[in-house]
Ligand binder design. Sequence first.
Ligand SMILES: [Zn+2]
Length: 280
Amino acid sequence: MNIVDVHTHFFPKEMNLNRSKFCKLDKNFNLLYSDEKINIPTENELLEIINKFPSIKLVVQSISYIDYELSKYTNDFLLELSKNYDQIKVFGSINTNWGTDKCIEEINRINQLGAKGIGELHPDIQGFDILDFNAFDPIVENLISNNMLINFHSSEPVGHDYKGKGKMLPDILYKFALNYKKLKIIYSHLGGGLPIYYLMPEIIRDLNNVYYDTAALDFLYDPKIVKIFHEIIGEDKILFGSDYGLIEIDRAINSILQLDIDSKAKENILSNNALKLLSW
Ligand SMILES: [Zn+2]
């Protein structure tokens, strides 16, 4: 079976070896990775995955850094991976607090080097407001003209708290997508539950540009939510994402394979939807 995992994270070996140095450099990296028990996966783990699943394709995403130099350093690492491995595409990171010019410069730079999008952004933890359209208008225009996607972390308004959960709630995600209908958007973690509202006719009409990944699925939900959302929002909008290194890819694949949906739907979620969206 073909697998495209649109939500994985890998880091330079240097960051694995010198965790505390990088934790001091970036408040958000510190928040997510200061705990020594949390693995910082590197190219070693990537090779293990490729050996285990020779036909797998992966989107390797950056994380929501605050520091400009660290973002560029990790963007370069990811681009190097995509150069070395045919089965990898890359989303880099930006932070609108750098100012519009620096963001656009970085987006153009990584686009020329092969990046297909920006993500996983985590605006409230990175310290910016995605509903600040003055800041986002030129950035979004630039992403559209480069044919790049954007991926945002999403948060459930209810339920247990976790490190980095944040406040990217469905109402905020809705307003952003509504304002940028030409931008291709992926909301991670099933959009914090936003697909429920596709049962409102105006929402399903207005959010045709939005896709949802299943990252960290069984940490958050009973996986049967995928069957329900698939039925509500249509068969081409859900993308398989594991959230590796948080979750093992086998475990994430099994969550989808075990669903009570037909094999065509599983194939769409596990690969076809992402291949189409990313023109891969
Ligand atoms: Zn996330």
